[in-house]
Design a protein around this ligand. Structure first.
Ligand code: SF4
Length: 287
């Protein structure tokens, strides 16, 4: 058996930088506070908590002088204002590509367009994007787009981790509904690369393994893309989830991981698959 590991499997640079910042801030100050979990991965949250990272529901729970880290996927302006008013020690870990989406949506709004965001309802990044403008419409799928009324002038952005196919389907519907439509493709490049790699890998391998928490929309999307192309695709959260029977009559196994999956979990899954398949060669990196 041989192993093909997707080159961009795992942390995107935005999440990697945010997690490193959380670790370093916790080490410098003894603790760091975050509004909600920093990434959708239980293992990362647990290891961060061991060095003093604490998850809180409200800014009121942050003691004076202690750092509050604003997460990679963006924060609503109201929360920023409140943190500044309370003179909290703000550590900004917002991904620059999320900041770009905020800037684009504000420009579309200033151009007098009805704002449409293609994204998952209730997702933190989408809430942060939505809060940049007044009363945007959030559309998560084709059916919701179909239900919209005709619009004269609209501006559309997407959540950074959306699947291109979903966005394309929605835009096709919007082209029939909107007279003057401006769409800015804000799917970020790490997401696009990761999606392209898994689409190709899933067709090249007998078995496809996606590593990621089931609470991570991003990991679940990778699994969906893999399953659409290869029925022998499985999502695992860690090495213990792997089942030997999946690898029967398998010559090549592909591996990828969601943007919130840390390197040590990817390494332990690769190691276990090597043991199951008695693989002696180094895994190949798939670009
Ligand atoms: S998924 Fe993209 S936008 Fe989101 S944190 Fe990662 S690089 Fe930034």
């Amino acid at each position: 058996m041989r192993i093909l590991l997707a080159k961009d499997a795992g942390y995107c640079f935005g999440v990697r930088d945010a997690v490193n910042l959380a670790y370093n801030t916790a080490l410098d100050y003894g603790e760091v506070y975050m509004l909600g979990t920093i990434v959708h991965n239980e293992n990362v949250v647990e290891s961060l908590s061991k060095v003093g990272a604490k998850v809180v529901d409200s800014l009121d729970e942050v003691p004076k002088g202690k750092p509050i880290l604003l997460r990679a996927h963006g924060t609503e302006p109201g929360v920023w204002d409140k943190a500044k008013k309370k003179k909290l020690n703000i550590v900004d870990a917002t991904c620059p590509l999320v900041v770009e989406i905020h800037n684009e949506i504000k420009k579309l709004d200033a151009d007098g367009r009805r704002i449409i965001i293609i994204g998952d309802h209730g997702h933190d990044e989408v809430l942060g994007i939505a809060a940049q403008v007044n009363n945007p419409i959030i559309v998560s799928n084709f059916e919701e787009a179909k239900a919209l009324r005709k619009i004269k002038k609209a501006g559309v952005v997407s959540q950074s981790t959306q699947m291109l196919e979903n966005v394309q389907e929605i835009i096709n519907v919007l082209m029939e509904k909107v007279f003057d439509l401006r769409f800015i493709n804000t799917i970020c490049f790490p997401t696009r690369r990761n999606h392209e790699q898994i689409k190709e890998l899933a067709t090249k391998c007998e078995v496809m393994i996606v590593i990621g928490s089931f609470t991570s929309a991003n990991s679940n999307r990778l699994t969906q893309l893999a399953l659409e192309r290869n029925k022998r695709s499985y999502q695992v959260t860690c090495a213990e989830d792997l089942e030997q029977s999946w690898f029967e009559n398998c010559e090549t196994v592909g591996i990828s991981a969601g943007a919130s999956t840390p390197d040590d979990i990817i390494n332990s899954v690769v190691k276990k698959i090597r043991e199951i398949g008695s693989v002696t060669e180094e895994e190949l990196i798939y670009e």
